[in-house]
Design a protein around this ligand. Structure first.
Ligand code: BTN
Length: 258
């Protein structure tokens, strides 16, 4: 059972998670916060569930998580100051917050994979899905959905990237309440830094992205591109260098090492 009291004691934030909704079971935490009809408007609201029936990932892939073993939640950003023109960059804030938390609490060596995965031992431990709604041409709410494999020890099905969990890496179960509070504490801190100085977030993110400099392929539907992972630019685009040293900006796609 997730203890709200244990979580609350460890939460040090000003606004992230101060409005916290706990649910036993829901279709999808992102959908709940995106839907204005649900009237969750407060900046920093966190919707947490023990079980998602229709969890989704990037490209509408399913996101499965065994009930009561992991962390499945979404963070709502509605404040003008937090709605950036380029929401892609929030992927870096969120994945860095998860990565730093796993390092701080369990001394795990994390590898951040462009654009938004957190890997440990070359396996996926966390997925992030950022979605938004707009009023006219302006984004009015951003939802940062985060799924972390915490105490799940076995994974069934076929995966784009092999999964792991904190338990599999440490050989023991950990307190999910403490990890969630740590992630929200770090997310708020990094979000505030990001608003003032997005470059410093990208710098910290890049320090944990071990694929920079490697030969990679990027798959987007039927299209596969090959080259060297040169860098990530200030807008979060991956810079791919081809055989002729020509740089192409990549906006999205699945990255693999070659
Ligand atoms: C990915 O790896 O493609 C992203 C996975 C994102 C999963 C989280 S779990 C909480 C939120 N609700 C969802 O349905 N998806 C995100």
């Amino acid at each position: 059972m997730f203890s709200l009291e244990t979580f609350d004691i460890k939460l040090n934030t000003e606004f992230i998670g101060r409005h916290f909704i706990y649910s036993e079971e829901v279709e999808c935490t992102n959908t709940i916060l995106l839907d204005k009809e649900n009237k969750y408007n407060s900046n920093g609201t966190v919707f947490y569930t023990e079980k998602q029936l229709k969890g989704r990932g990037r490209k509408n892939r399913p996101w499965y998580s065994v009930k009561e073993l992991n962390l499945t939640f979404s963070i709502l950003l509605t404040g003008k100051k937090y709605i950036t023109k380029n929401p892609v960059l929030l992927n870096f804030v969120a994945s860095l917050a998860v990565g730093v938390s796993l390092e701080n609490l369990y001394q795990l060596k994390v590898d951040l994979k462009w654009p938004n995965d957190v890997l440990v031992s070359k396996k996926k431990i966390c997925g992030i899905l950022i979605e938004s709604t707009s009023e006219g041409s302006k984004i009015d709410r951003l939802v940062v959905g985060i799924g972390i494999n915490v105490n799940q020890a076995a994974f069934q099905g076929s995966f784009n990237y092999p999964p792991t969990s904190v338990k599999l890496e440490l050989n023991e179960s950990v307190e999910r309440e403490r990890l969630l509070a740590e992630i929200l504490n770090n997310f708020e801190e990094l979000l505030l830094i990001f608003i003032e100085n997005p470059g410093s977030i990208l710098k910290d993110w890049k320090q944990r992205c071990y694929m920079i400099g490697d030969k990679i392929s990027i798959t987007e539907g039927e299209d596969v591109k090959y080259g060297i992972f040169e860098d990530v630019d200030e807008n979060g685009f991956l810079l791919l260098k081809d055989n002729n040293n020509k740089i192409e900006k990549i906006h999205c796609g699945d990255l693999s090492l070659r």
